[in-house]
Design a protein around this ligand. Structure first.
Ligand SMILES: Nc1ncnc2c1ncn2[C@@H]1O[C@H](COP(=O)(O)OP(=O)(O)O)[C@@H](O)[C@H]1O
Ligand SMILES: [Mg+2]
Length: 227
């Protein structure tokens, strides 16, 4: 069976004040279906750049990114956002919830571009909020939530389209240890259910939960080990 995602000799060059900066220099990785991969490395090593490429938020300067056998370079903006919406769930360190919307609306908004019938949206969104233990916060604005609640709301939003691939960039970076642990336990559960998770972290104890650890340094893979 082919990998869920394939990154083949990917480079990402950023122009910077006349000189160019190689954020990624020749990264090749297969992400197997159902795996939990941790991406580690020092600040500036290219972790977020790699995750953004995997999530079709960015295009490589050179090399290829395949998602389920689709070469993402062949997609126009509309096709890319459609793929992103249906196939990928994102979780960010700073939650990225829409401040003007309630928790429930934040989750429902992710269904706007789905094929799911509108009369199912509310039930789907509130069902997930219930599963994640924050249904009591449904009508609250993000600013009224604790960090752990905000990350659960963001997780509900990430999951509402039942994405194959979950991408998380330092999802516990803004949480205290106990709250972070509860979010990681939810992510472990999702992996146990068969979802694929790629998680960026600089925390060794977080990386230790993964099936596989990929370490980046200066935009290159310097370690790729199964656990
Ligand atoms: N949009 C950008 N424009 C210019 N340089 C960038 C941009 N994004 C990242 N970089 C640079 O690319 C390198 C890798 O960044 P990043 O992927 O964010 O690393 P990490 O997530 O591991 O901290 C860094 O040197 C960073 O400064
Ligand atoms: Mg980063």
């Amino acid at each position: 069976m082919t990998a869920l995602a394939r990154i083949i000799d990917v480079h990402r060059v950023y122009p910077r004040a006349g000189v160019s900066l190689d954020a990624l220099s020749g990264v090749t990785l297969d992400i197997e279906r159902g795996s939990f991969v941790a991406i580690v490395g020092r600040s500036g090593s290219g972790k977020s750049t790699l995750l953004n490429l995997l999530g079709c938020l960015d295009q490589p300067s050179r090399g290829q990114v395949f998602l389920e056998d689709v070469d993402t370079a062949t997609l126009d903006d509309k096709q890319a956002s459609r793929l992103r919406n249906r196939f990928i769930g994102f979780l960010f360190q700073s939650f990225n919830l829409i401040p003007q919307m309630s928790v429930l609306e934040n989750v429902e908004t992710a269904l706007l571009y789905s094929d799911r019938p509108e009369h199912e949206w509310r039930a789907r969104a509130s069902g997930l909020l219930q599963r994640l233990g924050i249904d009591e916060r449904s009508s609250h604005r993000p600013s009224e939530l604790s960090g752990g609640e905000a990350q659960r709301a963001a997780l509900a939003r990430a999951l509402v389209n039942e994405p194959e691939l979950l991408l998380a960039d330092e999802p516990t970076g803004n949480l205290d240890v106990d709250t972070g642990e509860s979010v990681l336990a939810l992510l472990d559960e999702l992996v146990a259910e068969g979802r694929t998770l790629v998680l960026v972290t600089h925390d060794q104890s977080v990386a230790a939960r993964a099936h596989r650890v990929v370490e980046l340094s200066d935009g290159k893979v310097i370690r790729d080990s199964l656990r």
